[in-house]
Design a binder for this molecule. Structure first.
Ligand code: GBH
Length: 492
């Protein structure tokens, strides 16, 4: 095995999307109850580019859903500053940039009989061309959680099998036709686990459905996540079928999905905790990976969920089996795992970062769920390679420094904890690669600090600091580390 990563290894950064903007005035007229606060109006209207609202535009306007009460209306202002973003990427010397498209910018109402927005197409084509001119390979995600609001209003979005699969496949077709001559790397969904569980189970993400009537007027946490996940898997698979049958030969690209998982270590050497750690990954990851790579849900999940878990027909199984050209992986942390609890979405285990002796597994981040533990990535890469035998792209990996939102810019850019995180995780990547795990790319999350979903702007994941008052960008030490690391570790 080579000591270095191969010459064609793709590395770079990922972001959510170039902007979360809304056709603002029309949106407010339709939904007066979501009329924003004064501060929002001061930040300016966002009636740009013909984009239609998504479920996140709606969700961020519901009181109490976003920690700092913020929205993505301005975010990092990348709809206007996209050329600066690309210049920044160029200055870092990345090989690739992973970005997601906004469905409602391309088809404002989302549906298969709804009109395509030429301004949206033009925006992304210009964007992609500018990447290519700068020798940066575009890695495009079709769906990073922002369902067109119109589809939710029309038929409850991901809950409606007949409609959503057809609408999603048609959206994908528009993207392949519009950008496929320029784009050779496609991802369907980003993290379907999050869409299903956080959107329809715990309700902490849009559209915010759950059984708790204090939090949501509608929803059924015991059923809807399984239904939504089922439809996400099918929409993914029919999209890949379309790409393979109608575009792959002429456009020469590859297509897959990105799944998120943690690595699970047993809390101690008790047999029940060893079994729990094994089951956690089988359920959390296997819920999606087993159908997509092997054709059906894992039996451990079928046994656990019983008749609340939908079935795939034989015809569907043939479509979903082997429906990803590679293994797209988003991963951030490792959990210590104990038997017990009733959280079906992680396999009925309990997790902690506190070891039996009371010490912590790694360095705590700004997010309660995330501590540094490099060896976990090494284990996970080996597990995925052994279990699914597909080349792996790490499509997200990163760290949020504690209290970075309260620091001065000068202090925040000295991001030692993030740098150390990346040092440990790149070492794990190299170790696995040297052992023969086929890893084709790595994207740090994220290029920029940005709108961190339910945490608003309180948590920063960027290797570049964004001063939201001026929209100026400041490279952090971690960006310099990664740039240097890939320079040294990818074959010239
Ligand atoms: C990614 O998800 C997202 O793709 C990206 O948009 C986001 O900005 C980035 O992470 C940073 O958060 O129930 O306690 O486990 C990361 C995976 C999985 C992490 C769900 C948070 C929920 C908390 N996420 N997890 S917990």
């Amino acid at each position: 095995m080579s000591e270095k990563l191969p010459k064609d290894f793709l590395w770079g950064f990922a972001t959510g999307k170039s902007s979360i903007r809304v056709k603002y005035e029309a949106f407010c007229q339709e939904r007066p109850k979501f009329r924003p606060t004064a501060s929002y109006q001061i930040e300016g209207s966002a009636n740009e580019g013909g984009r239609g609202p998504s479920i996140w535009d709606t969700f961020t306007r519901v009181e109490g859903k976003i920690r700092d009460g913020s929205t993505g209306d301005v975010a990092t202002d990348s709809y206007r500053l996209w050329k600066e973003d690309i210049a920044l990427l160029k200055s870092y010397g990345v090989k690739s940039y992973r970005i997601s498209l906004s469905w409602s910018r391309i088809i404002p109402l989302g549906g298969r009989h709804d009109p395509v927005n030429p301004e949206g197409i033009q925006f992304y084509r210009d964007f992609i061309k500018e990447l290519l001119v700068n020798d940066i390979v575009p890695f495009l995600t079709l769906y990073h959680w922002d369902l067109p609001q119109a589809l939710h209003d029309r038929y409850l979005g991901w809950l409606n099998k007949e409609e959503i699969i057809k609408d999603y496949v048609r959206y994908a077709q528009v993207c392949f036709e519009s950008f496929g001559d320029l784009v050779k790397h496609w991802l369907t969904h980003n993290e379907p686990w999050c869409v299903a569980v956080l959107g329809y189970g715990t309700g902490v993400f849009a559209p915010g459905r759950c059984s708790d009537r204090a939090r949501s007027a509608e929803g059924d946490s015991s059923r809807e996540p399984w239904i939504v996940a089922h439809h996400l898997i099918l929409a993914h698979a029919y999209t890949v079928k379309l790409y393979r049958e109608q575009f792959a030969a002429s456009q020469g690209g590859e297509i897959g999905i990105t799944l998120n998982t943690n690595w699970y270590l047993p809390y101690d050497d008790k047999a029940e905790n060893i079994a729990a750690a094994k089951r956690a990954v089988q359920v959390y990851l296997g819920w999606y990976a087993e159908p997509i790579y092997k054709g059906d849900y894992p039996s451990v999940l079928k046994d656990m969920i019983g008749d609340r878990l939908p079935h795939f027909t034989d015809e569907e199984k043939a479509v979903i089996r082997d429906s990803s050209d590679f293994f797209g992986l988003n991963t951030y942390t490792t959990h210590l795992t104990l038997e017990g609890g009733d959280n079906e979405w992680n396999g009925k285990v309990k997790t902690t970062h506190t070891k039996p002796d009371g010490t912590q597994l790694g360095t705590q981040s700004a997010a309660p769920w995330l501590q540094t533990y490099g060896p976990g990535l090494h284990h996970l890469l080996n597990y995925i390679w052994k279990t699914y035998k597909k080349p792996i792209y790490i499509t997200e990996n990163g760290f949020a420094v504690q209290n970075e939102d309260k620091m001065s810019i000068e202090t925040a850019i000295q991001d030692k904890d993030r740098l150390e995180y990346y040092r440990d995780y790149t070492q794990a990547l190299l170790d696995a690669s040297r052992e023969g795990v086929d890893i084709k790319g790595y994207f740090g999350w994220s290029l920029l600090d940005n709108f961190e979903w339910a945490d608003g702007y309180t948590i920063r994941f960027g290797v570049t600091y964004v001063d939201y008052k001026t929209q100026k960008r400041y490279p952090k030490e971690s960006s310099k580390f990664l740039v240097q690391w890939f320079k040294e570790h990818v074959e010239a």
